[in-house]
Structures are given as C-alpha cells and as structure tokens.
Ligand binder design. Structure first.
Ligand SMILES: *Cc1c(COP(=O)(O)O)cnc(C)c1O
Length: 218
C-alpha cells in the first residue's frame, strides 16, 4: 500500500473518531525491509521511521542522517544497556524504556550531559513472559521513579498486544494508564489494527508491512 493510501486511512480513522489527523504520527517501521522500498517511502516524503535493532538502524540510517532533513528515528525494539550510547546518538525517540536498569543508565547519561531522546515506556499489557515491557501493576511506580528521582521526561506509553488477542482492550488499558499518569503520548497500533488504535487515542501508529510489503523474515 502506498504512503498516500496509509495517510488517507489514518486521516479517515481520525476524522471518524472526531480527532485531528495531524495529531497522529505515522512511524514507518522499516526493519528488515530492502533499501529500495525504504528509499521509495522516503522519496514519497515520509520522515519518521522506526527500527527495532540498533545495529541495523545504524547501518541503514547513519549515512542518511545529514542528507535527509527532518529525519526522525524511533527505536521500537528492546534496548540492551551496552548499546545505549550508540542508541543515544542515533535515535530521536526511544519507545521501549522497559526496566529500572535502563532508566538508571539513561539518568546517568543525562547527568553526564548526553542528549536524551524522547522516551516512551513500553507496557506489557498482555503480561506475556517472553515480551518486554513494564508490568501494568508496576507502571505507576516505575513512572514516578523515572520522572522523580531520575529526572527523566516521559512522553507517553507504548504497547504491543499479544498477537492472538483482540487489540482493543489492550489499547483501552494503555490509554487509561496514560491518562491517569498525565501522559499524552500513546504509541499503539500496527498494520493490522492502526485504525482501531486511532479510534482509542493513539498519537503514534507503527506501520511496517502494510506500507513496505511483507518482511522476508523477522
Ligand atoms: C515490526 C514492528 C511493527 C510493525 O509491524 P507491522 O505489523 O508490520 O506493521 C510495529 N511495532 C513494533 C514494535 C515492531 O517490532
């Protein structure tokens, strides 16, 4: 589906929900995609991209950083603390702050004068043991620690619902948790369900395969 088609669907979903389409950011998730597909989406005007691996993102985007004005890179995959320095150089937004140790390292970097990307806290709304994210019942305390003693600004929350679940209850839960913590950002919704997510308040939708085509592997 073309970038224009996705933008049209986003705008339609926003209007249907009584929202302003410009309040929704499309994050084009380019992980694993061949470079020609990514270049085509860049050429069509897209500037916000998501990657799930630091090294892959560096390979694809480092050289383009200076030649693509307005480029905004989001990390949407897990961040190992040993890759943090690299991630701080590369990403404008980290959507996957998911544990106290990573928050502590970010706070340390901030103290040392590093530029800290915008941060979203990933919530494991499905309570899946293999999935990253803060447990829902630990979220409020985690946010308080980040924003209080650690001095980190948090933009919003992010979730990846379990593949076999109806995503709507997960989106509703994330929206409720954001509201009660005074957070505006809501990164939720992927290729199969971004319209549902927009209906439930998403400010960022992360669309990969619907935009670029199927991934060869994950
Ligand atoms: C891969 C990925 C996406 C995009 O998934 P699609 O179903 O291809 O749109 C979105 N968010 C995260 C965190 C991902 O890893």
């Amino acid at each position: 589906m073309s970038l224009h088609d996705i933008q049209t669907r986003i705008a339609a979903a926003a209007r249907k929900a009584g929202r302003d389409p410009s309040d929704i950011t499309l994050v084009a998730v380019s992980k694993v995609q061949p470079d020609d597909r990514v270049q085509a989406v860049l050429d069509a005007g897209q500037r916000v991209f998501g990657e799930n691996r630091v090294q892959e993102a560096a390979t694809r985007w480092e050289a383009r950083r200076d030649s693509v004005p307005g480029l905004e890179l989001h990390l949407v995959g897990p961040l190992q603390t040993n890759k943090l320095a690299r991630a701080l150089e590369l990403f404008d937004v980290i959507q996957t702050l998911d544990r106290p140790r990573l928050a502590a390292k970010l706070a340390e970097a901030r103290e040392a004068g590093a530029r800290i990307p915008k941060l979203f806290v990933q919530v494991n709304t499905g309570g899946e043991s293999q999935k990253a994210g803060v447990a829902p019942d630990a979220l409020d305390a985690f946010l308080d620690a980040c924003r209080g003693p650690m001095g980190l600004e948090i933009e919003g929350l992010m979730c990846i619902p379990p593949v076999d679940d109806d995503p709507a209850p997960h989106f509703a839960m994330l929206a409720e948790m954001a509201a009660r913590n005074g957070l505006r950002g809501l990164s939720m919704g992927m290729s199969a369900d971004f319209e549902t997510a927009i209906d439930m308040g998403a400010t960022h939708v992360r669309v990969g395969s619907a935009l670029f085509g199927a991934r060869a592997y994950d």
